[in-house]
Design a protein. Sequence first.
Lengths: 229, 229
Amino acid sequence: MGEYQCSCNGCELRSLFFENLEKGAYESMCAKKQQQLYPKGSLIYRQGEKISHFSYLKSGLVKLVRNIDDKNEQIICFARPLDFVSLLSIFSETCHQYSVIALEDSEICSLYLDEVKEMAMQNGRFALSLAEKINRASDNIILTMLNIRQRRLLGRIAYILLYFANEVYKSDVFDMPVSRKEIAEFIGMTTENVIRTLSEFRQDKIIKINGKTIEIADKEKLVQISLNA
Amino acid sequence: MGEYQCSCNGCELRSLFFENLEKGAYESMCAKKQQQLYPKGSLIYRQGEKISHFSYLKSGLVKLVRNIDDKNEQIICFARPLDFVSLLSIFSETCHQYSVIALEDSEICSLYLDEVKEMAMQNGRFALSLAEKINRASDNIILTMLNIRQRRLLGRIAYILLYFANEVYKSDVFDMPVSRKEIAEFIGMTTENVIRTLSEFRQDKIIKINGKTIEIADKEKLVQISLNA
DNA sequence: AGAAAGGCATGATAAATATCAGGACATGAT
DNA sequence: ATCATGTCCTGATATTTATCATGCCTTTCT
């Protein structure tokens, strides 16, 4: 029996496990991983479902969504690789508080939650490290919500444009992964006003819009708007 | 040397430690606790300070506040006993992300963070239990922020009135622990509009106001407003 | 006591945002 | 091919909220 080699060399979560688990424990955990590809638009978890897995995003982009009623949704956050997908309530609730939906083709790696918990109980260092990461994710959500709350329409749109450019795509030209409606659900304004504001930015030559592609043409001005509106 | 008896019989955090720590570890931790009384209005932690203690609220009421600039503040949440005070970033950041201020005379019990962390590393069950509690606190903050975001002025005021009545004071008559300005900072509206709305509720006989004392006179209507506005 | 500052209150007006309506365009289903 | 659906877009209007101004009352400071 040859030694097991984890195939996930690019997986950022490795460090978490590596640094804190015995080699044997790490490998047995890794061996049981279930990897799955969710195409763009597909539902990864449904709000209310039982949480059975500890999941993390290897590639792609997802949104966390809260269903208020039949018609209305709130987007809690967008999550990229390294942000855990089932992050929010994994240790505190038995059911998913939010739905998770793929915005781009996304690879999810899952481990049985029971086993991760078991491992955490046996290894405090691992548990603490896990808590740290989950904590940070929650913190970021709260901080972003506060940042959005303190801005008005224009500032909120500027903020989210800068978020995608700086945090997600690391480029001032990118394909907008979300619809105007989704932006509205994220910043808590109406779809019409999101559209209007983007048009306004286009007319003021702050951004260029070409189909799904957005180019930030005047970043300085966009930053100004994000700070002052 | 007689056996050490923890004096904090009413402390809800006991269970967390009790269930998960060896008696010796629990007692040595408990023996080092620092208990302090913060009078109403006093600063417990200042945003930006280094986090040195693991703290929890034994009695009283506090607010978590984010200073945006010289003049403007955002209130993140109110915390009662059982909610940890230094909860948000305790494992993920080295500095307090928010200030904590006493709204009522408050007793805080503190343990050295390093020691709690050390203990968590040595005891996975304890670490997991801690993570669970901190996780739940973050979840609640996020949920409350989403609940407020989906409402408009009247709904937000109704929501916070019901929050104090149902969650904090468990009574439809209570002394409002926060100013109109603080309500405004919490719900993200202006002070004038908070005042106006409360007056409106008073005129519509939904609440009675007598100095600091609020009485919810027509709870059914208040719930309706909270759901529809 | 008197002054200063802050909380509470209300009105008038301005600004921001939502709602409603309509149309162009793309996409997917039948 | 055609229909239905959904997204993007714009304008007109209504609603909601913020801002500005003012006054009263209480508390705090001196």
